[in-house]
Design a protein around this ligand. Sequence first.
Ligand code: ADP
Ligand code: MG
Length: 623
Amino acid sequence: MALLQLSEPGQSTAPHQHKLAAGIDLGTTNSLVASVRSGQAETLPDEQGRHILPSVVYYSAKGISVGYEAKACAADDPLNTIASVKRLLGRGVEDIKSLGSRLPYEFLQQDSSVPRIHTVAGDVSPVEVSAEILKALVNRAEKTLNGELTGVVITVPAYFDDAQRQATKDAAKLAGINVLRLLNEPTAAAVAYGLDSGSDGIHAIYDLGGGTFDISILRLNRGVFEVLSTGGDSALGGDDFDREIAEWIMQQAGISDDANHKVLRRLMRDACSAKEALTTEKVVELDIELEDGSRWRGQLSREQFHQLVDPLIKKTIVPCRRALRDAGVSAAEMQDVVMVGGSTRVPRVRELVGEFFDTRPLVDIDPDRVVAIGAAIQADILAGNKPDDEMLLLDVNPLSLGIETMGGLVEKIIPRNTTIPVARAQEFTTFKDGQTAMAVHVLQGERELVSDCRSLARFELRNIPPMVAGAARIRVTFAVDADGLLSVEAQEQSSGVKASVVVKPSYGLTDTEIEGMLRDSMEHAEDDLEARRLREQQVEAERVIEALSAALADDGDQLLNPQEREQVEQALAELVSQKDGSDVNTIKQAVETLEKRCEFYVERRMNQSVNQAMSGHTIDEFE
Ligand code: ADP
Ligand code: MG
């Protein structure tokens, strides 16, 4: 099997030339950009010194604004202020119907599979909205670093499927940004803490943001992070803490549910400030403006706050437990627990998570910035700013990739856990004389039979020059890029004809499903091996039948008398009747018997071809 190795982008650059690169945390609530400057990765602030860019885009008749400015418009003009667009990225119209009721936007009713949002500045897709956020961050970086970026690393949640990853790349493309690669958010956080250069082990990454909670269990194995499992709650975050506080104030102050919107909105904002203040203070003073213009004054203590949010924090422990179970590890096995996301600033969150994992969580790096910082470190390496011996962080492909061969068997071309990017090629040949087309069926999974694996794509290589069976050399190349996208190419070597397809190997597969496929393959390993042996024997029988039938049609009359021919045909018929049986040895014997009974015929054919080759030539020419 031939092996091609792709080089990482940027590795060939001259070492002394520092290339500008950045890491981008494209978050649901907030986004950040970071870069390595004088050997130190740091997030880059805007002109007012703010590091965070709210992931909000405001579309008005006058133009587009992004960030704090856009966020300020949400209250007055919610339909044209797009927030949390990450929830829609790479999702189909069908997927978002379930989310739709919670989103205030006007979705266009249309046939296209991609959702579009109506705004006064025209209809926009989630990819376009994300592109605006990316543009704002890259502008900030280019201004601060005083030059053009060669490329960026953008982080995505570990559970993002291929459509969501592709949509993220599309957004970058639309923004005119060169993506060095996408990086899983938990992996980026682990890199920020330098866990990749520590000893091998298992790490938990606990990410509690504004509206989402993610838990990831990663295993570091010889410098490569493998995502063992992910879990979380897509509707749980700091915003829910705010809501609890707001409801408590409403009770205390006697504000009713149907108070006007302005009062309620201001209340949410006050609740959020109170929550953030309680991160450093033991108690906060509240001064709330009521509907009639009068004020309510009160206090919120940490103890009271804990009572309000403890049930929410405990709700995050459930997915943690599940993720550990999916990964087949225990809480005690965690080498580290990394805290990510603004809401992990809340001391109570740290306390309860620390209790569950029985360890002191890592909090030294600002939990808002840790993902962007890890992405910046990775971007710096990929841009070629580190010497060659510097370790490159790589991902692995979670399931084997291969193609269907004769008999419904799977030939694995890239085994599971191979670090990516990778390209591997293998040669295949034709089965029939004169075969001019070959079907390529791309599969994913660990099982031996096609029917037990997942079909990813099918395509056909046509216009193969007719040759005898087994003579054509068809090279099938599998290449998985750094983002996990697979492309497959088949090329006939003598004529150069080729065909190819790009597939999305992880599309729609959750980590739990991947786990399930792996477990299946282990449970069925023995049966599978047996099944493979049988299929292989059947394929061998078919090949012999095919070759003998072709020979008979070609020169049977010429080389065999009627009696001999009948004898050969009878032997052939016996194998045909036995080849579909379920016993390997019976079929094997039938093949051997047939070969023995036809030996004389094979010999005659060989003599004949030698004679043909020599006719018209003198003996001397062959010496
Ligand atoms: P996302 O990953 O969803 O974009 P972030 O990681 O930026 O979100 O987290 C935003 C959340 O963090 C908000 O709910 C915000 O109120 C909360 N947060 C930020 N700073 C603090 C703090 N000092 N104390 C408590 N919560 C905080
Ligand atoms: Mg985040």
